[in-house]
Design a protein around this ligand. Structure first.
Ligand code: ADP
Length: 494
């Protein structure tokens, strides 16, 4: 039996300590001494001894308590407790804590080395058993990691009857299994694709980008658009130790419904506009055709302000449906700093009324971008007016416009109410207003949906950082015009 095992002795009683040290060294064990709990922990951490001999009391604490803490970090560590007197209570505690045993005086050398040897042997047996179990489980997992023929047949049968498309890949990205829906969707030649790299078999750009994103930033939902109008929703699920699964559902009919809903909203909004304009016109005319009293004037004012807010809502809805329908095709060279300047000039009054301070930081010689100046102005207006709307009087709004790596970065930061963390992902949805919007602050919840559509149609990105009660920052990144990349086409004249 190997006798170079290290036994760590942690005992307050010096005489016993020396006795044990001599006995163990005589039996060719290595020993280390811990004078207090700090040293004890340090030695355990650095050397991981084969066994620890702890006093019933050590450094002011019960040995069993210290042992329990050690076992939390090293669950298989053999620990013996030395006590001055034999005690049933202690023996029960030692058993309950899962320690190796107790030692009591009178102690002969053989008692000490015998107990140590038995405890070490038990620990070795436990270690061997653990290693065997781990090996057995790993081997069984490894067997599971590749599908056997019979398993494949069973899965094939199940998947063949599922409406969703299923594609199973191994860790290297080789196709393990595809079902009929998947084969029809991508026009795959059935089982022949098995074992081939997915990238060699499916070159659909949406699947290529899904797999690319899956490595770094997996998305929960991914749309796969086909030229014939079919649209699928795909999910990528990594399966540790095996590979991954892509599943797809046909959502063409949902998209169709969405389109119909948008068209309906568009038509209604469009048809509402003319009667609203005429209501507004007549409220103005009433005052011109005859005298009316104070109260009537007040009522007319109320009608006007209500009609104006419905008109604003209808205009937002129309805007959104135009943007979503992809009508925003106008592209010109735009200097965003000029658009920003105009936007800020018109908002000057709102800044003054609310006693807001503006901190402006615009980079020098910013590159231009290709975009629709009217939509970009709308984007800036919406973000700036939100910053004003949700800020407290007297606070500061910081606006910055900078260029970085052929991108233009717009940032608007306020010190206002903030947006609850759990709702930040939803604020770009149509009609969504966060739960903490102050009662007196009006709005339709459409502004950010419009902003998001404008950013999307300019191939940009938008995100928000916000802390409740501290403030909110919106970031917009738009690609700058790159004369080397995009050929300059004639200016569209509409
Ligand atoms: P609304 O008309 O309600 O302002 P938006 O679409 O512009 O609609 O914004 C959606 C929601 O996002 C708002 O209702 C508000 O809860 C939140 N929000 C937007 N901008 C800010 C901001 N600067 N500070 C705090 N909350 C904001």
């Amino acid at each position: 039996m190997p006798k170079r095992d290290l036994v760590l002795l942690a005992l307050d009683n010096d005489t016993i300590l020396q006795l044990m040290q001599r006995a163990l060294q005589a039996a060719a064990y290595e020993t280390a001494l811990a004078s207090d709990r700090t040293v004890l922990n340090k030695i355990i951490q650095e050397t991981v001894p084969a066994l620890i001999m702890l006093g019933e009391q050590f450094d002011g604490l019960p040995g069993v308590k210290i042992a329990r803490e050690i076992l939390e970090r090293f669950p298989t560590m053999p620990i013996l407790i030395y006590a001055e007197q034999e005690s049933l209570v202690l023996y029960k505690e030692v058993l309950q804590a899962g320690l190796s045993g107790c030692l009591y005086p009178p102690l002969r050398n053989d008692d000490i080395t015998g107990s140590v040897e038995r405890s070490l042997q038990r620990a070795r047996n436990l270690g061997d058993w653990l290693r065997r179990e781990v090996k057995r489980t790993t081997a069984s997992l490894e067997r599971r990691a590749t599908l056997s023929e019979s398993e494949l047949k069973r899965y094939e049968f199940i998947f063949a009857n599922i409406q969703d498309g299923v594609l199973i890949l191994d860790e290297a990205g080789r196709i393990q299994l595809t079902n009929r829906t998947m084969e029809v969707a991508f026009d795959l030649p059935g089982k022949e694709v098995r074992g081939k790299m997915v990238s060699d078999v499916i070159d659909h750009p949406d699947i290529v980008s899904l797999l690319k994103r899956a490595q770094s930033l997996p998305l929960k939902y991914h749309e796969i658009n086909f030229d014939d109008g079919r649209i699928y929703n795909a999910q990528y699920t990594p399966i540790g130790g095996f590979g991954s699964v892509i599943t797809m559902q046909d959502i063409s009919y949902l998209k169709q419904l969405d389109r119909m809903k948008n068209e309906f909203v568009h038509t209604i909004s469009h048809d509402l506009r003319s009667p609203l304009t005429s209501v507004l016109g007549y409220t103005e005319l009433i005052q011109r055709v005859g005298s009316i009293n104070e109260q009537q004037i007040e009522f007319l004012d109320r009608i006007r302000s209500s009609v104006e807010s419905i008109t604003a809502l209808v205009n937002d809805l129309l805007d959104l449906s135009r943007l979503e329908a992809g009508f925003d095709t106008r592209r010109e060279f735009v200097h965003l700093e000029n658009v920003l300047k105009f936007a800020l000039d018109t908002m000057d009054g709102q800044f003054k009324v609310n006693d807001l301070k503006l901190q402006l930081d615009v980079g020098k010689e910013l590159p231009e971008l290709r975009g629709n100046p009217i939509r970009l102005r709308q984007l800036l207006d919406n973000l700036l007016s939100n910053a004003v709307k949700y800020s407290a009087k007297g606070s500061t709004i910081s606006v910055s416009l900078q260029a970085e790596d052929s991108q233009i970065i717009f940032r608007v930061k306020d010190e206002g109410v903030g947006i609850p963390q759990s709702e930040q992902a939803r604020i770009f949805e149509k009609f969504y207003r966060a739960s903490n919007v102050p009662d007196q602050v009006g709005g339709s919840g459409l502004g950010l949906a419009i902003v998001k559509s404008i950013v999307d149609s300019h191939q940009g990105r938008i995100w928000v950082e916000s802390a409740m009660g501290k403030g909110t920052t919106f970031f917009v990144v738009l690609p700058a015009h790159n004369p080397d990349k995009i050929p300059v086409i004639n200016e569209p004249g509409h």
